[in-house]
Design a protein around this ligand. Structure first.
Ligand SMILES: Nc1ncnc2c1ncn2[C@@H]1O[C@H](COP(=O)(O)OP(=O)(O)O)[C@@H](O)[C@H]1O
Ligand SMILES: [Mg+2]
Length: 465
C-alpha cells in the first residue's frame, strides 16, 4: 500500500475523551472512529489488525478441532424465553421489535441459538464430541461503555460451544479450550493468565477467565508470582489426548490466581509473602463448563450407546477479539506510539522515502516495494511529500515493527537503513539484505498458516483483505 493512496486519518492532537493509552493511540493512529457511545467504525488500519487477530483465533480453534460457522446478530426472543434468559438478562440485552411485532434481540451471546441448532440436527452420541464456534458481533448495552474498544457496547467475540455425551467428555473439551487459548494469546505476544472465575448469570462450576496484566485493567487480580514464569511455547499438543490436555490445565491453573470476584484471602496468604502479587488485569477470554443448563431447558438430548437418552453436556468459551486489540496496545507501546507484535501488525514493514520526487530514491523505493511483495509481505510505503521527521513520527505512531528508510546519501553508498520499532536500533545494509531479513523475521508467522490449517480455510484467510 502507498500511503498517498491510503486512508489513514492520523490525529495531531491527543483526544481529550480517551482515558487510557490504547484508546488514545487507536484514535490518534486513525484506527477507529466512535459512531456512538461504545460503538465504533473500524477504519482501514484498525480493520487490518482486527482481521489479523481474528485469523489467529480461527487458526488456533481449527487446530484444536473446533468447527467454524456463523450465526446471525439478531435473534428471536422466543429462544431466550425457552431458557428463561429473556427476562433474566436485564438491561444489557438490547430488545427490538420487527414490523410484524415480533420480539427480537441483538445477541449478547449465542447459547440458545446454538442449542436450538444442535437439537434440530443431532440426536446420537455417535455425532459427538462436537465443538462449533463463530466470530460475530455482539451487543451488550453496557451502562458505562469506556476505554474505547475495551468495554464497548458492540464488540467482536469468538464464542464456541462444546457438546459432549458426559461431564468427563465435556471437561476434556474445557481443557482443550484452555490449551488453545494459551496458544492463541501467546501467538499475539500476550501473556494471559487463566484465573479462577465466578460463574455469573450464566452459571457454571468450572470457569476460568484469561487476564492480561495491565495497570489500566478493570479487574483486580491476586496471584502467585511464579505463574508469570509459565510459557506455553512451541510445544505441540495432541488435542485428542485427554491426559495431555489435563496436564496443561494443571500446570497453568494449580497456582493461586484469582480475580476480586473469587479471591480468598486465607488461601492467598498461604503463599510465601514474597510471591504474593496484587495487580490489575484485562479479561481477554473466558471458558465455562455449565453442564446441562441449556440442554435441560431446551430439550437438547442425545441417544447413548446403551439406548438411553441424556441431556447433552455443554460449555461455552469466549475470546474478546476486538478487546484484544486494546489489550495488545496496552502491553506494547511507548511514548511515540504503538509497537505491534509481528503476529498482528497491520503491515509487515514501512518504507520511508527521505526525498520524495528524487528519481533515485523513488526508483529504489519502488523496487523495494516490489521485492517485499514478491516475498508475500505487505509493506506500507510512505510516498507523501512530507518532511522526514513527519514520516518517522507517523511510522512510530502506527507502530509497524520494521521500517526501511531510503535516502540519497545511503543510496550513494549502496545501502538502506533497517530500523526496529521496538529497540529503535538501525542498521545499514543493501536493499536486498533488508528484504531477506524482513522475510526471515516473518517466516515463522507465515508457517503457522501453511502447516496447520486446512487448505480450504487457508485460502479464505488469504482472501479476506
Ligand atoms: N463490553 C465488552 N466490550 C469488549 N469486549 C467484551 C465486552 N464484554 C465482554 N467482552 C469480551 O468477550 C469475552 C467473553 O465474554 P463474557 O465472558 O461473556 O463477558 P463478561 O465476562 O464481561 O460477561 C470477555 O472475556 C471479553 O474479553
Ligand atoms: Mg467473562
Amino acid at each position: 500500500m502507498r500511503l498517498s493512496r491510503y486512508f489513514l486519518p492520523v490525529l495531531k492532537e491527543t483526544p481529550a475523551e480517551a482515558q487510557i493509552v490504547s484508546h488514545r493511540l487507536m484514535l490518534r493512529a486513525g484506527m477507529i472512529k466512535q459512531a456512538s457511545a461504545g460503538i465504533y467504525s473500524w477504519l482501514p488500519l484498525g480493520f487490518r489488525v482486527l482481521r489479523n487477530i481474528e485469523r489467529i483465533v480461527h487458526e488456533e480453534q481449527q487446530r484444536a478441532g473446533h468447527i467454524p460457522m456463523l450465526m446471525p446478530t439478531l435473534q428471536p426472543a422466543d429462544l431466550w424465553r425457552e431458557s428463561g434468559r429473556y427476562e433474566a438478562y436485564g438491561e444489557e440485552l438490547l430488545r427490538v421489535r420487527d414490523r410484524h411485532d415480533r420480539d427480537m434481540l441483538y445477541g449478547p451471546t449465542n447459547e440458545e441459538m446454538i442449542t436450538d441448532i444442535f437439537r434440530s440436527h443431532v440426536s446420537s452420541y455417535k455425532d459427538l464430541p462436537l465443538t462449533l464456534y463463530h466470530i460475530q458481533w455482539k451487543f451488550r448495552d453496557e451502562i458505562r461503555p469506556r476505554f474505547g474498544v475495551m468495554r464497548g457496547r458492540e464488540f467482536l467475540m469468538k464464542d464456541g460451544y462444546n457438546f459432549d455425551v458426559s461431564k468427563e467428555a465435556a471437561l476434556h473439551a474445557y481443557n482443550r479450550h484452555l490449551v488453545s487459548y494459551l496458544r492463541t494469546y501467546e501467538r499475539m505476544g500476550l501473556q494471559a493468565i487463566p484465573m479462577r472465575a465466578d460463574g455469573g448469570p450464566i452459571g457454571g462450576d468450572y470457569t476460568h477467565e484469561f487476564l492480561v496484566l495491565a495497570e489500566t485493567g478493570e479487574s483486580e487480580v491476586f496471584y502467585d508470582a511464579e505463574i508469570t514464569d509459565l510459557r506455553f511455547g512451541e510445544r505441540e499438543v495432541d488435542y485428542d489426548d485427554v491426559a495431555e490436555c489435563q496436564a496443561v490445565l494443571e500446570e497453568f491453573t494449580s497456582r493461586y490466581a484469582r480475580t476480586d470476584e473469587t479471591h480468598d484471602a486465607a488461601l492467598f496468604n498461604q503463599i510465601p509473602e514474597a510471591r504474593r502479587r496484587v495487580a490489575r488485569g484485562i479479561e481477554v477470554g473466558q471458558i465455562f463448563y455449565f453442564g446441562t443448563k441449556y440442554s435441560d431447558a431446551m430439550g437438547a438430548t442425545v441417544q447413548t450407546a446403551d439406548g438411553g437418552k441424556v441431556p447433552v453436556h455443554m460449555g461455552s468459551h469466549g475470546i474478546g477479539v476486538s478487546r484484544l486489540m486494546g489489550a495488545i496496545i496496552e502491553a506494547s507501546h511507548d511514548d511515540k506510539g504503538i509497537i505491534w507484535p509481528e503476529a498482528v501488525t497491520p503491515f509487515h514493514c514501512g518504507i520511508v522515502n527521505l526525498r520524495q520526487g528524487d528519481a533515485g530514491t523513488d526508483a529504489a523505493c519502488a523496487e523495494l516495494y516490489t521485492a517485499l511483495k514478491a516475498k508475500g509481505l505487505d509493506p506500507l510505503y510512505d510516498d507523501r511529500e512530507e518532511r522526514a521527521g513527519a514520516k518517522f513520527a507517523t511510522m512510530d505512531l502506527i507502530g509497524l515493527p520494521w521500517r526501511i528508510t531510503v535516502g540519497p546519501r545511503g543510496l550513494d553508498k549502496g545501502v538502506v537503513e533497517l530500523t526496529c520499532r521496538k529497540t529503535g536500533e538501525s542498521e545499514e545494509m543493501t536493499a536486498e539484505t533488508a528484504v531477506s531479513r524482513v522475510a526471515r523475521i516473518y517466516a515463522p508467522h507465515h508457517a503457522h498458516v501453511a502447516h496447520h490449517v486446512e487448505p480450504m480455510a487457508q485460502r479464505s484467510f488469504h482472501t479476506w483483505l
